[in-house]
Design a protein around this ligand. Structure first.
Ligand code: GFB
Length: 324
């Protein structure tokens, strides 16, 4: 087995061991890379095919994507659609042409229909429009499920010397809001946890208020990146189905809960302001993690406060060089 990991420098990718670790050439990466990492532009098919022909992997964990938080998706809807469509089409087609048998691709719980009954389950994926705040990204990500199923349909089982042999078994996982070390902490375009950690750091350093977007009332399920890395490796080894699988803790927290956890972890005592001129985005996206727990019984998740403390400690220790 020879595993290739795309998005190796990213939030989830940095928690996963792999034989070939691929960084995105478009990533403005500030942290010096270990020499073993290689750089490819996955929005370019020839570059991507060259990567697979050079390395000949048998399994792929595909985490590479153009990602961002609420602010970034609202401001760059078209780019999020275009870049992610190219990356996903290229990686799955290059994998297929190179004879890769198993691919795990990453989608996200924000791509489910906005108007849906809760808790969300995997079979609701295409039951309606995604939330208006990120429909470009959401539709591009949903096509990973379509492309994986289409390939399994056409290339899933092949006849070799008159005998059935398994071809592509391409699956998708659907994690909820992931947070942890090595994230993008950029103030305007990153996800809520890294953005607020960076803001709280500045508020404490400059003795200014800690400003939160929106009301703080929306609910999110947050999962620590190291847990997602472990779960992904287990699924790569054990998950034999081809339907998508949600990766979430099944525990919801309000944005206000997160704010308090970050202020505690940073030992911030100053004023906290909720700026209702900024959007709340989707109110909630409660998911069911029943399928995951059935697949990996006894699974334990890092509690929010512990994960936040680890992320704050990493950010403070790596402030000079991290993505911000
Ligand atoms: O992670 P986030 O930006 O995106 O979280 P989504 C947005 C929520 O956090 C909204 C609140 O309720 C915001 O009002 N928030 C408060 C903030 N302060 C801030 C801040 O300073 N920055 C940010 N970013 N939010 C994501 C998708 O949706 O869900 C991703 O954009 C991904 O693509 C992820 O799929 C799972 O949670 O709304």
């Amino acid at each position: 087995m020879k595993t290739l990991l795309t998005g190796a420098g990213g939030l989830v990718g940095s928690t996963i061991e792999a034989d070939i670790r691929v960084m995105g050439r478009t990533t403005p990466w500030k942290v010096p890379l270990p020499a073993s990492n290689c750089w490819y532009d996955l929005t370019n098919f020839d570059d991507t095919l060259n990567l697979f022909e050079e390395t000949q992997p048998t399994h792929v964990i595909h985490t590479a994507a153009k990602v961002g938080g609420l602010g970034a998706n609202l401001a760059h809807m078209g780019e999020f659609y275009y870049d992610n469509m190219l990356i996903n089409l290229n990686v799955l087609e290059a994998a297929r042409r190179s004879g890769v048998t198993k691919v795990i691709s990453f989608m996200s719980t924000c791509i489910f229909p906005a108007d849906v009954k809760y808790p969300i389950t995997e079979d609701m994926l295409h039951d309606g429009e995604p939330h208006s705040s990120n429909f470009g990204y959401a539709y591009a990500k949903r096509m990973l499920d379509v492309q994986s199923r289409a390939y399994n349909e056409q290339y899933g089982t092949t006849m070799v010397d008159g005998k059935f042999s398994f071809g592509t078994k391409y699956i998708t996982v659907i994690p909820t809001n992931i947070y942890g070390p090595n994230d993008n902490f950029e103030l305007e375009n990153s996800h809520v946890v890294p953005a607020l950690i960076h803001k709280c750091y500045i508020a404490k350093r400059d003795k200014t208020p800690f400003v939160i977007w929106g009301s703080g009332k929306p609910l999110r399920e947050f999962i620590f990146s190291e847990d997602v890395g472990k779960i992904t490796k287990s699924l790569l080894d054990t998950y034999a189905d081809t339907d998508p699988i949600i990766i979430s803790t099944g525990v919801e927290h309000s944005i206000r809960d997160v704010v308090i956890s970050i202020a505690d972890a940073m030992d911030f005592q100053g004023p906290i302001i909720y700026d209702d001129r900024r959007p709340d985005g989707q109110y909630k996206k409660t998911t069911s993690n029943k399928k995951l727990i059935n697949q990996l019984p006894g699974l334990e998740f890092t509690p929010l406060q512990e994960g936040i403390q680890k992320t704050v400690d990493w950010f403070v220790a790596n402030y000079e060089n991290c993505r911000k």
